[in-house]
Design a protein around this ligand. Structure first.
Ligand code: GTR
Length: 308
């Protein structure tokens, strides 16, 4: 069968990162299931630009696919703030149940009105604070700290609620900014903290686990509309089938990153009382959950079981 042009996909992470490997697996499945007619070529390591920029290009049809975090979508589609709300998910099982179920499907579909097709969610674990100065045990330890956040008003509000200063910037700028003291810290999961080498400059990792927002794989709606219905089904199914593959890689990678970083001298600490963080951060929900649809979806997710 004739080989078609592979879908071009961007990812901010390096080649070996689980998100990149998962999209490659999806490409392998597409290739296998269409006799080589469909496939994916992935540009890893942020070589095509920041998540915010590549998302815009994808929405305009200049790029076929993009694997991003939900944060840069927050300004585009208000429903995407929901899985990013601090302390929404009670556990990994709860997060997975919500995203695999009706709430996840509704969120994926909400992107259609913005020139994007949501294909699937990938895990991103728990985001925690890390910094160059000291262990964060209480919110007071963060007073006045300059914390890098993703380009999302919700994240800016979360940091302000803790009494720290938020500095939005793209992932690619974080390492240099930590080294040069432009920022004091940032927040992310263990694998990103490792792969960006942020731990070298910011060795204090404090286990706040304040956000469990997933990653998302999106496709350009204009590219999608040029596929036959059968190919659309094949693409959707291959994306879905790459999720369990990713979760397995992810769980192993979180353990691996944690073990390697602790051995490399990272000082990880539990916070004194998570409720102090919850009490300060939870009120930002009221500012970002305003529409009836958002409120309904939050209630739906909160009512779900899934805590294993
Ligand atoms: C990572 C995520 C990236 C990016 C990054 C960031 O956890 O996988 O897509 O959003 O965080 O903080 O910019």
């Amino acid at each position: 069968m004739q080989k078609g042009r592979a879908f071009l996909c961007a990812d901010a992470h390096p080649e070996e990162y689980p998100t990149v490997q998962a999209v490659k697996e999806m490409g392998r499945l597409l290739d296998e299931r269409t006799g080589g007619r469909l496939g994916i070529k992935i540009y890893a390591g942020g070589q095509l630009g920041s998540e915010r920029d590549t998302l815009e290009i994808t929405a305009f049809g200049g790029l076929d696919m993009n694997r991003v975090n939900l944060a840069p979508l927050n300004a585009i589609e208000p429903m995407t703030v929901i899985p990013s709300l601090p302390f929404l998910f009670r556990s990994t099982a709860h997060m997975r149940a919500a995203l695999d179920g009706a709430p996840g499907n509704e969120l994926l579909a909400s992107l259609n009105r913005h020139g994007l097709v949501g294909l699937c969610f990938y895990d991103s674990g728990e985001r925690c604070f890390y910094n160059t100065k000291r262990p964060i045990r209480t919110p007071a330890d963060m007073t006045g700290m300059k914390i890098r956040v993703q380009n999302s008003d919700l994240y800016v509000a979360m940091i302000k609620a803790l009494g720290a200063d938020a500095t939005p910037m793209s992932l690619g700028e974080v390492y240099q900014s930590l080294v040069q003291g432009v920022i004091d810290g940032a927040e992310n999961n263990w694998p990103s903290y490792e792969s960006g080498r942020h731990f070298e400059a910011a060795p204090y990792y404090s286990l706040t686990g304040h956000v469990m927002a997933p990653e998302i794989l999106v496709m350009s709606l204009s590219r999608w509309n040029r596929l036959s219905e059968e190919d659309q089904q094949t693409v959707r199914q291959a994306a879905r089938d790459s999720v369990p593959f990713m979760r397995e890689l992810w769980d192993r990678r979180v353990d691996g990153s944690r073990t390697r970083l602790l051995a490399a001298g990272v000082e990880a600490n539990e916070v004194d009382d998570k409720n102090q963080f919850i009490d300060l951060m939870r009120p930002v929900w009221d500012r970002f959950v305003v529409t009836q649809d958002q409120k309904r979806l939050v209630a739906e997710i909160e009512a779900m079981g899934g805590e294993a």
